[in-house]
Design a protein around this ligand. Structure first.
Ligand code: SF4
Length: 370
């Protein structure tokens, strides 16, 4: 039994109808409960809750302070390759897009890491397109080996692997895995992933569990917001996170909220998500999942990110570049998507302090492993 089997018990149409049927009284009941549960969460995500977003945000703020204190972790993505065999219609790295392809050498990746280390980062997220010929297991292990002296925590956002390969990366020093389903709607999934291995919805859906079996300390999931109705996506995300928390309780489960940004190919989001919708979704998820890490990247504007500092976020990327080699030189190629927050890591750290929170560059040390 995997999450694929569980999700089969929750049809998209039934969840949509449940969301639409909720009343303001349902929302009030969910807000007055210390454990709203899935029924309460559906109420919090409903249109009936739109007028109570302030109350949801206040709850989210209180819960986050109780569980995490007033801290925000900082991390940076390090893109090692934009080579990809998939054709995701929303992504600049889509194999069909005529961009120049680049995979960093191990030395170049280390130079990018040294730059980020100099900026203060101790948590890095290695990112690559899905191309095992360009960025295979041995290459990734060599990159991780080069970065280990610079970073206390190394996460990966690469391509789905099997348990053995993930295990090898974990033993090399990778402690976190990020893998987004992009959309839980199987029809939309098929439409936006027309070619390549990523076409396989089930394989992707089960990959976070593979990461759990491999022993990653942190596992991150997320929906690419704008592909389908954010309220229903939010419910599936919550189901998925709850499933992983129950089965892989040794791992911290995190949720990211990547909202579609302009990219090569000019894909237009079929279901745009407003700032208000995003705040609604994040704060409702915080109320439902008090212990989940919530991540907000530089896809979002400085204004929105500042606003979210007290409302449930636990980690933020900063100073990001989304092209391989982009930190240390002009790579001459496209980024994966456009960044919206261009502030430097130190400006963002200062903004966090100005809000009465502490920026945390390091929240993990591998010597904790016994
Ligand atoms: S989203 Fe990932 S898998 Fe899809 S084209 Fe972009 S890099 Fe490749």
């Amino acid at each position: 039994m995997t999450f694929y089997d569980e999700i089969g018990q929750h049809s998209w149409q039934v969840i949509e109808q449940e969301i639409l049927d909720r009343s303001p009284a349902d929302v009030e009941r969910a807000l007055s409960s210390s454990t709203p549960g899935m029924e309460g969460f559906i109420s919090l995500m409903s249109p009936a809750a739109d007028r109570m977003i302030e109350e949801i945000a206040q709850r989210a703020q209180l819960i986050t302070e109780q569980r995490f204190g007033r801290v925000i972790g900082l991390y940076a993505p390090l893109y090692v390759s934009n080579s990809c065999t998939n054709s995701c219609v929303y992504c600049s790295f889509n194999a069909d897009n005529p961009i120049s392809r680049l995979t960093l050498s191990v030395e170049q990746a280390r130079a990018e890491g040294a730059y980020l280390h100099e900026q203060g980062f101790r948590h890095v997220l290695l990112v690559s397109g899905e191309d095992q010929n360009a960025a295979g297991l041995d290459y990734l292990k060599a990159v991780v080996k080069g970065l280990r002296p610079l970073f206390d925590s190394i996460s990966i956002e690469i391509y789905p692997m099997d348990t053995d390969d993930y295990g090898e990366l974990a033993r090399s020093g990778v402690d976190g895995l990020i893998i987004y389903q992009e959309t839980y709607n199987p029809d939309r999934y098929k439409e936006v992933h027309p070619a390549g291995r990523k076409k396989d919805y089930r394989w992707r859906l089960e990959t976070p569990e593979t990461g759990g079996k491999a022993g990653f300390r942190r596992i991150g999931i997320g929906s690419l917001l704008g592909l389908s109705d954010w309220r229903i996506e939010g419910v599936y995300l919550a189901l998925h996170a709850r499933y992983l928390m129950r089965r892989y309780w040794r791992s911290q489960i995190t949720i990211s909220f990547p909202r579609l940004r302009p990219a090569v190919g000019g894909y237009c989001p079929p279901c745009p998500v407003s700032d208000r919708d995003l705040v609604h979704m994040m704060t409702a998820l915080r109320v439902f999942l008090p212990d989940a890490g919530l991540l907000l990247s530089t896809r979002e504007s400085p204004h929105l990110r500042n606003h979210m500092i007290p409302l449930g976020v636990t980690s933020m990327s900063a100073g990001s570049k989304t092209d391989p080699g982009g930190y240390t030189h002009d790579s001459g190629t496209e980024g994966q998507f456009e960044i919206s927050d261009h502030r430097s890591p130190h400006e963002i750290a200062q903004t966090i302090r100005d809000h009465g929170y502490e920026p945390v560059w390091k929240d993990w040390d591998s010597s904790f492993i016994v």
